[in-house]
Ligand binder design. Sequence first.
Ligand SMILES: Nc1ncnc2c1ncn2[C@@H]1O[C@H](COP(=O)(O)OP(=O)(O)O)[C@@H](O)[C@H]1O
Length: 369
Amino acid sequence: MKNNKKIALFGGSFDPVHTDHFNMAKTCHDKLGFEEVWIIPTFLNPFKSSTKTSNEERLNLLNLIFENEPYIKIDKFEMNNNRVTTTYETVSHFKELYSDIDFSFVIGSDNLNRLEEWNNFDELIKMIHFIVFERSNEYKKEVATKYHIPIYQFENNFLSSTKLRELKELNLLTPKVNDYINYHLLYLDIRVKPFMDKKRYEHCLNVGEMAAELAKNNGIDPQRAKVAGTLHDITKRWDNEKQIAYLRKYDKTLLIEPKPVWHSYTGAFHLKHDWLIKDEEIINAVYNHTVGCENMTKLDMIIFCADKISKERNYENVEYYRAECFNNLKTGFKKLLINQYEVAIKTHGIDAIGKKLLRTYDYYIKGDK
Ligand SMILES: Nc1ncnc2c1ncn2[C@@H]1O[C@H](COP(=O)(O)OP(=O)(O)O)[C@@H](O)[C@H]1O
C-alpha cells in the first residue's frame, strides 16, 4: 500500500504567533512524523467577534517566526476567503485539493471543551484526525477519550496571545516577534489607550506622526521616531504611587526631579523593562522628552520638539515653532527649550524647575552648544 504524505494543518488567529505555536509545529515535524506543517491563519475566529490585527501584520509575524523552518508552509486559504471559514470548510477544501495526502488537524487542549460544537462536527471528526497538545490540565478529557484523540505534551511555556498582547510574559516570546510588534506599534488599543484619557491618547498619536515627519526631514528612520513619539507619554497618567515605585526600583536619584517630569523616566523604564524594547535610542528619546539633557541625539531632539508642536497644540506662536523645527531641527529645539525654561521659571520659580532642565538649558543656551 502506498504511504501517503503526512501533513499537519494548524489553524489559529496567531495574534500574535508565539513561541508555543512554534514549538507545537516543530514537535509535529520533529517528533510526530509529519513531513510538513501548514499554518492556516484565520480571517476571523468563529468564536470571537473580531481579530485585533490586520491579516498582513499577522502574516508578517508568521513568516518571521518560521523563516528558518523549511517544513512550514503558511497558507492563506482562510484569509483570502475574506469571511469566517469553519474548520469543516477548510478541511474539505484541502482534502479535495490533495486527495493523496493524509491530513491531521492540530489544536490546543482548550479547544476540546467546545470541539463538539464546531460546525458539522459529526462529519468533521470522520474526515480528519485531530492532534491535541496539552495546554493545561483542565480540559474535557472525556471528549478526547470518546473520539480516540491523542493528547501530546511538548515544550510548553503556557503562553497565550491574549496575555502577550497585555505585555504579560513577554520574556518568553520569541524576541524577533516582540521586536516586530514594538516596531510596528501593534496592540496600542490594549497597551496604551486604556491607560490614558482620549485627549492624551490623541496627543500621543499626533506626536508619533509629527516625530515621523521631523525624522524624514532629518534623514532618520521615521518609524523609529514614530514609535518613540507615540509611546513618549505612556506613563503620564500613572498615579504618583506607581511612578514612585518605578523610580525607586530603577533610579532613586530621579525622585528629586519635579513630579511633572517623572513620567519621562518611568515611561523609559516601562518600555525597557516591560515592553522589552531594546532600541536604546528610542528609550533615551522617551527619557529625555520633557526636559532634555546634554548632548542630545537627533532622535532625542525630534521627540522633544514633536511633543511641543504636535498637530493639536494651539498655543500662541506654535506655528512659528513648527516652522523653525522643520527649517532647522537644532534651532527649533533651542527656541522651544528657551520658551519652556522661561514658562517653567515663571510658573514654578527657579528653585522648583529641577536640575535636569537647568543643566540642559545651561548646556545648549548658555553654553551655546
Ligand atoms: N500554549 C499553548 N499550548 C497548547 N496549545 C496552544 C497554546 N497556545 C495556543 N495553542 C493552540 O494553538 C491554536 C491556535 O492558537 P491561537 O491562535 O491563540 O488560537 P485562537 O485561534 O483560539 O485565537 C489553538 O488551537 C490553541 O488552542
